[in-house]
Ligand binder design. Sequence first.
Ligand code: GN1
Ligand code: MG
Length: 368
Amino acid sequence: MITELQKIAAHFALEGPIVKIASLGEGFINDTFIVRTEGAAPDYILQRKNKNIFPDIPAMMENIRKVTDHIRRRVVAAGGDPWREAMTVVPTRDGKLCHVDEKGEYWAMTIFIDGTVAYQKADTEELARKGGEGIGKFQAQLADFDQPLAETIKGFHNIRHRFMQWDEALRHDAARRKACLSEEIGWIENRRGEMLDFWKLVEEGTIPTRVTHNDTKINNILFDKQGEVLCAIDLDTVMASTSLNDFGDAIRSYANTGDEDDRNLSRVGLSLGMFRAYTEGYLSQRAAQLCPTEIDHLAFSARYITYEQVLRFLMDYIDGDTYYKIKYPDHNLVRTHAQYKLLQSMEAQYDQMCTIVRLTAEKYRNEK
Ligand code: GN1
Ligand code: MG
């Protein structure tokens, strides 16, 4: 396997000879490796991109290149370190953004940023605040980005599209699991209307479409050893969407007192302290740029994305676990229950969440 990986890595424009390649991380979607090189040359991240999930990987890499180039220019203009505060895509020796191997698998490479820390979970409010600043900064750096971006995954955070997939999944009932899931299916159906009402605001343009990361959980932010944000990573899903989705997805991950797949539901819930901290960090960067309708729906976006995640995990369970990697047979169902518990906790604390957003937005707007 290693020699095969070395052969693949050698297709890219590396600056030094390879010393070692090792597997890295546990993403649900791609396979990730670190390529260590000799001497002063940087190390690299090599990824086999999941072609079942991303139908057009060259277009996805083109998105990533455009966005990271733009961020790099902004970092340089602000006097920052472009090698640490921006991702750098490494092309193949013949100038392509990905390499296709004999088996038809797609590989891509970026420069590995060393001396960094990534967190699976935000343990402190300070960290949540920094993470909010990180995504706020990412969006702010891209506020003047005006190039077209490919839609990497069709309808990714578009609940109307998700309902089409959902209805189809229920019709097929591929794994014959539907009969035992009437309660869980009810959780989805009961909220269909309110989720579509929110999405209509995006469809009609009342909520604007901007450049978004679309997977803003905490482990997609790199911090330096001092705890300062360096940059957002895992840009596979960079697309045009509503900024609110990035906020909501972050809250789903940062403010959960338990794990995404916690079996112990009593651990799962929304921490208002973490919500406040993330909101503070995020709005410190974005309050002046977001329109009033966006601010008004910020708290709802956390419910929207968490609901969507309940739907996606449950739909994958119904489909027979074809999308997310699972570690045990009912992993997707456990994830569904844990995310639903989080959603309920958000619903119960929704008024407080709205108040926090309103007061924080006022504070940062008045500071401007
Ligand atoms: C997937 O692979 P990872 O952990 O970066 C998924 C996200 C989900 C997340 C759930 C392309 O992200 O949308 O929120 O799992 N990414 C894709 O943890 O579907
Ligand atoms: Mg991801």
